[in-house]
Design a protein around this ligand. Structure first.
Ligand code: ATR
Length: 279
């Protein structure tokens, strides 16, 4: 007797070798006693269009999509959820009646992480400051605006910030990168979405000790787990939220969609991924 084929899911990207998504989803498959496996699926740029077109015949149950393919996946799917439409990016794929469907779970990942780490973080809403205007910033800004925040945005390349702000009329204001300090003052939530703070990158142009004592400081970078930005915030007595939580929480809706069980972001899962991040 041959065993029935295991439902297979995975993450598409290029490069993909360092993705922690297999660790997260395979942990949940084991916790819930489900058959299946989550793999890394390296797809080179010249093959991505064909890969997505052939997806319904691939035998895959679904997939996550990461850099640099979220926009191409958005265009390739037959239908998307409203968040993917707002971000024009898809990071979760599945099939419905043989058609390729797409969603974006990054916004939920960002807000669910804050909900779990700092319950009530949005109770008074108010203003937030976001540094950066790339793909990750889109999800962060969208989440903050939909939780009622006025967002102040600064990016090294100002036109990128202006293009992002234009998607949220009246809710996002653009500030010069050099004026980040002034723009961040008084913000209830401050988020770094740039790669500044990763090893070898430059410094973030913010004096966190000049923020209000109730400010919450978040970084979407998770290597290192505690970025210099977060370390400074913690030393200043501010509440901090690291990037690993967003990674863990953005995986929840994908797993639920594919396997019909809503998994939990537990200390055990976090510890497992943290151990893998140690250099
Ligand atoms: P992601 O999808 O991870 O957000 P991205 O779209 O490449 O990646 O965006 C990276 C962000 O980090 C951008 O806001 C980028 O600023 P630019 O739009 O000016 O490129 C920012 N960033 C990267 N390196 C930076 C640096 N050395 N100084 C300031 N900002 C930087």
């Amino acid at each position: 007797m041959t065993a029935p084929p295991r439902p297979t899911v995975g993450v598409i990207g290029w490069p993909i070798a360092h993705s922690r998504s297999p660790l997260i989803h395979n942990h949940w498959l084991a916790v819930h006693g489900l058959a299946g496996h989550y793999d890394r699926l390296p797809v080179p740029p010249e093959a991505i269009e064909g890969f997505l077109a052939d997806f319904p015949a691939s035998g895959l149950l679904g997939a996550n999509v990461t850099i640099p393919y979220k926009e191409i996946a958005y265009r390739a799917v037959a239908a998307r959820d409203p968040v993917a439409d707002r971000l024009m990016a898809v990071n979760c794929l599945w099939l419905e009646a043989g058609r390729l469907m797409g969603a974006n779970t990054d916004v939920e990942g960002f807000v669910a992480n804050l909900d779990q780490t700092v319950p009530g973080w949005d109770a008074a809403a108010g203003s937030a400051f976001v540094l950066g205007a790339g793909g990750a910033a889109r999800a962060v800004v969208d989440g903050l605006v939909h939780r009622g925040f006025q967002v102040r945005l600064a990016n090294r390349t100002r036109p990128r910030a202006e293009a992002l702000a234009a998607l949220y009329p009246g809710a996002v204001t653009v500030h010069a990168f050099e004026d980040a300090q002034a723009a961040a003052e008084g913000a209830a939530v401050v988020v770094n979405t740039t790669s500044l703070g990763m090893k070898g990158e430059g410094e973030i142009p913010l004096r966190l000790d000049r923020l209000g004592p109730d400010s919450i400081v978040a970084d979407i970078v998770y290597v290192p787990l505690e970025t210099p930005f977060l370390a400074t915030a913690r030393a200043a007595g501010l509440r901090t939220v690291d990037g690993l939580g967003m990674l863990l929480h953005q995986a929840v809706p994908s797993f639920e969609r594919w396997f019909g069980v809503r998994p939990a972001v537990t200390p055990a899962l976090r510890a497992r991924v943290e151990a893998d991040l140690v250099p």
